[in-house]
Design a protein around this ligand. Structure first.
Ligand code: PHB
Length: 389
């Protein structure tokens, strides 16, 4: 009898401790780990993503699903060789509940593997590596941006419609560049064009001169270029300085001119690009977002800010359904999968592989704006080839 009572009290004590533990876990902030580039050619992109994410959280009174948010940060330097160590700082050292990152596809591929191995929730606010929503897809891995082939396919279609027959491509030699070019080639050749040569240089090299000389010698009808951030600024300026813009139109995914127009100045005027965002969309949600962003950060929003903002929206949808319990995957994941994100870019849903199904816009640079010119491809889904959840 006595021992039963003793056990009973001990059991009660344990139960009480568990309850207290659960209660404090429920009240403790959710730990969000940003793994983004804060230095190097993509530094500006990383900052815009973080600011976009934080803006949405601030608009919800600093809470998602009723829980406070606590931030952790790692600069990934867009350096794939450091990616596994860097994400483990967030997962193992800081024990974050969710990782938000990154920009560079090579880094993101390593992050997706680490997230899968440790069953960590990962929200990718930019990096488009096709494999992440293909063979490497996973239940806990979500992307709120695009897959690399998507903007390329849209631009290829537009370039073919313009009647160009022979195009050359130029990019950095890593997943984002090669997959973007692959998408362009698919869209362009489907429309009757032919890609005659692919030029590459190592990331994040910006010594474009020899390659521009090669383009001048080959005289294609058009050039398609994937560059972003600081590299995009230099490439567009160098293309004009070499005089190539006078005879060979330059096209690209919208990254070529997004968040870069201040620095590109006159050299970017008139450029046509395709992207899932533009600067003057006639969308009320976008107008409200752009005002709030400009007010908070004293600079105009760009596609990266939108992707950061939408990463927070996606997480919020999951947390709402899970009553703030981020560990309740049975509630969290299906709600994220089914969410319709009311994005500044326009509403979007996710494919079975967790990649946005979204419209791609044709835009043209006018002054400091990437102006909306029309929809290049409607509701484009990436094929999610090889994804088995
Ligand atoms: C990528 O590495 O996937 C990447 C980087 C910058 C962009 C777009 C894609 O603007």
């Amino acid at each position: 009898m006595t021992s039963t009572f003793k056990l009973g009290w001990a059991g009660l004590a344990v139960a009480a401790m568990c309850l207290a533990g659960n209660a404090s876990a429920q009240n403790a902030p959710i730990k969000v780990g940003f793994m983004l580039p804060y230095t190097g050619t993509y530094a500006n992109l990383g900052n815009m993503i973080e600011n976009g994410f934080k803006l949405y959280v601030a608009e919800q009174g600093g809470k998602l699903g009723g829980r406070e948010i606590q931030y952790f940060k790692v600069d990934d330097e867009s350096e794939p060789s450091k990616a596994t160590d860097n994400i483990n700082k967030l997962i193992k050292r800081d024990q974050v509940d969710v990782v938000v990152g990154t920009v560079h596809s090579g880094v993101a591929l390593a992050m997706a593997k680490a997230a899968k191995d440790s069953n960590t929730l990962l929200v990718i606010p930019n990096a488009g590596a096709d494999a992440i929503t293909g063979p490497m897809c996973g239940k806990t891995i979500f992307r709120t941006s695009f897959s690399n082939s998507q903007p390329g396919v849209a631009m290829g279609k537009v370039a073919a419609e313009k009647g160009h027959k022979k195009a050359m491509t130029i990019t950095w030699n890593y997943a984002a560049g090669t997959e973007s070019v692959k998408g362009f080639t698919e869209g362009f050749e489907k429309g009757g064009g032919k890609v005659t040569q692919n030029l590459t240089l190592p990331f994040p090299n910006v010594e474009f001169q020899a390659l521009l000389t090669e383009i001048a010698a080959q005289k294609p009808d058009a050039v398609y270029a994937f560059f972003a951030g600081g590299g995009a600024v230099k490439f567009v300026k160098d293309y004009v300085a070499a005089g190539l813009n006078k005879t060979i139109p330059l096209y690209g995914p919208g990254f070529l001119t997004d968040g870069t127009l201040e620095a590109q100045g006159d050299s970017a005027q008139g450029l046509l690009t395709t992207l899932h965002y533009a600067d003057n969309l006639d969308i009320a949600r976008d107008k409200q977002f752009r005002l709030a962003f400009a007010k908070a950060y004293k600079t105009n929003a760009d596609v990266y800010a939108v992707q950061g903002y939408d990463s927070a929206q996606l997480l919020a949808a999951g947390l709402q359904a899970a009553g703030g319990d981020i560990k309740n995957r049975d509630k969290l994941i299906p709600a994220m999968e089914k969410a319709t994100i009311d994005s500044p870019r326009g509403k979007f849903t996710l494919s079975a592989a967790h990649n946005p199904v979204q419209d791609f816009y044709l835009r043209q640079v006018n002054g400091k704006l990437n102006e909306y010119k029309g929809v290049a491809v409607k509701a484009l889904a990436d094929p999610g080839r090889g994804c088995k959840m």
